[in-house]
Design a protein around this ligand. Structure first.
Ligand code: FES
Length: 214
């Protein structure tokens, strides 16, 4: 297995449900740990289907559907991921459009990576109490940014995840960023440049950072 696969495998293990018992007493933002962590090699997100769009369009209110998928087909045992698909009730299949059909959230809490749980109000993390609203914005707890989101497309009636981005709300506007690890903010004292210097780990190769359409 590659170094990259090993790193991601370890990350996924830490992200699993057992993490709460291991780190239950650790409340502080783990910035130092991530600064000291080895630099993570970039990986390329491989497009993956999470099922027919009709699987998700029955959602009423805010009740995102949990889907699992294998991120790295060469390491299926260690790269199972979970995402939450929220059907907005709209119909645009352009994922950046204001009336986009879906929003697909990562289930990794942006504090230390515990799996968040969907509620009717948004998402909650059982480890240290971080709360996120229905847009994935942090509203309480030690998480350092909004939930990551998956880029997606619809192809032959299937919902395909095509990339992953970190997000945050800056002046109330959703902004996308290259993926950072849990514990890594996208800005420090209002500076994204300072955040990139202090927390340089980018885990996915990417093209231009997307901008939400207005
Ligand atoms: S991992 Fe600590 S609040 Fe989620």
């Amino acid at each position: 297995m590659s170094d990259d696969g090993t790193t991601r495998g370890r990350f996924l293990t830490l992200s699993s449900v057992g993490l709460g018992s291991v780190i239950g007493g650790v409340i502080g933002v783990p910035a130092t740990a991530y600064i000291l962590a080895p630099v993570t090699e970039e990986i390329t997100f491989k497009p993956v289907s999470v099922g027919k769009t009709s699987t998700f369009t029955g959602e009423k209110g805010f009740a995102p559907t949990a889907v699992t998928f294998v991120e790295d087909p060469t390491s299926p045992a260690t790269s199972v991921q979970l995402a939450y698909v929220h059907y907005t009730g709209k119909s645009n299949t352009d994922w950046l459009a204001p009336d986009a059909m879906f929003v697909v959230f990562s289930n990794h809490c942006t504090h230390m990576g515990c799996p968040v749980l969907a509620t009717s109000l948004g998402f909650g993390c059982p480890c240290h109490g971080s709360q996120f609203n229905q847009e994935g914005a942090r509203i309480a707890g030690p998480a350092v940014r909004a939930l990551d989101r998956f880029q997606w497309k619809v192809q032959k009636g299937e919902l395909i995840l095509t990339n992953k981005w970190s997000t945050d709300f800056q002046n109330g506007k959703l902004e996308y960023f290259p993926v950072k690890n849990p514990g890594q903010p996208v800005d420090v004292f209002g500076s994204t440049l300072l955040a990139d210097i202090l927390y340089p780990h980018v885990t996915y190769t990417h093209g231009p950072v997307p901008k939400e359409q207005s």
